[in-house]
Design a protein. Structure first.
Length: 242
């Protein structure tokens, strides 16, 4: 039995007022019930009070079942381990709080940056673009200005894209086309109505900034023929011949 009644036997078990059969059933329950194990640990610390309560129990001589020493040792060891883990967690949290308090604004800015993925992602993509082999082109019809920065990797080719002089709203992708005709999507993005990398004097601050994004292709650098910047509905915006 493992119902609510079993949870109420902790005090009686600690007092030794259960008979042998009841004690055995409670011990089976106790082996799988951390709640009762923790309560038993606490109750056993109240030795003087328990002694007084036992004296007032009816016919104490007839009720002699007591916790088995081996079982108690095992349960108390388990409870102690749980409490040690809880103490360790509290200490770690306290240490982390102390570091944040000591670090002040620096720690705050580090935490804030985790909640501002747009800025960190743009910076990372721009940094990756600066590191690789750069190839670009301006489409004569659309005037879209796109360039890629390539880095060879064991798994294929890392590609960072810089896109400018494009207006939206659009949803686009960058496609790597292999020399064998195979096509692989490198990355996708959306262009807001304001656009990216616009040169007109009427463009706002954000629209004058180019888009930086990055992704990867499983094709090796030497096996890539070109990159195509397309809208998802199939319009070709720019082609970068490798």
């Amino acid at each position: 039995m493992n119902g609510p009644a079993q949870h109420m036997d902790v005090g009686a078990y600690a007092l030794g007022v259960l008979d042998e059969a009841e004690a055995a059933r409670f011990e089976e329950h106790l082996a799988d019930c951390p709640r009762c194990a923790a309560e038993l640990d606490a109750v056993l610390g109240l030795t003087p009070l328990l002694a007084d309560l036992k004296e007032s129990a009816p016919d104490p001589g007839a009720l002699t079942a007591r916790p088995r020493p081996a079982l108690l040792d095992g349960l108390l060891t388990r409870v102690a381990a749980v409490r040690r883990a809880q103490r360790t967690r509290r200490l770690c949290l306290a240490a982390a709080a102390a570091v944040l308090i000591g670090a002040g604004p620096l720690a705050g800015s580090a935490l804030t940056s985790q909640h501002a993925p747009s800025h960190s992602t743009v910076s990372a993509a721009k940094a990756m673009y600066e590191e690789g082999e750069k190839i670009g082109a301006v489409d004569p019809a659309t005037k879209v200005d796109a360039s890629v920065s390539l880095q060879e990797k064991p798994w294929g080719t890392h590609v960072a894209l810089r896109l400018a002089n494009v207006t939206g709203p659009l949803t686009c992708d960058l496609v790597a086309v292999g020399r064998n005709g195979e096509r692989q999507t490198v990355t996708t993005w959306a262009v807001p109505a304001g656009g990216y990398g616009l040169r007109s004097s009427g463009a706002d601050k954000w629209s004058k900034e180019p888009l930086y994004t990055h992704g990867g292709a499983a094709l090796n650098r030497k096996d890539i023929d070109r990159f195509e910047v397309r809208t998802l509905d199939g319009k070709l915006l720019d082609t970068i011949k490798i």
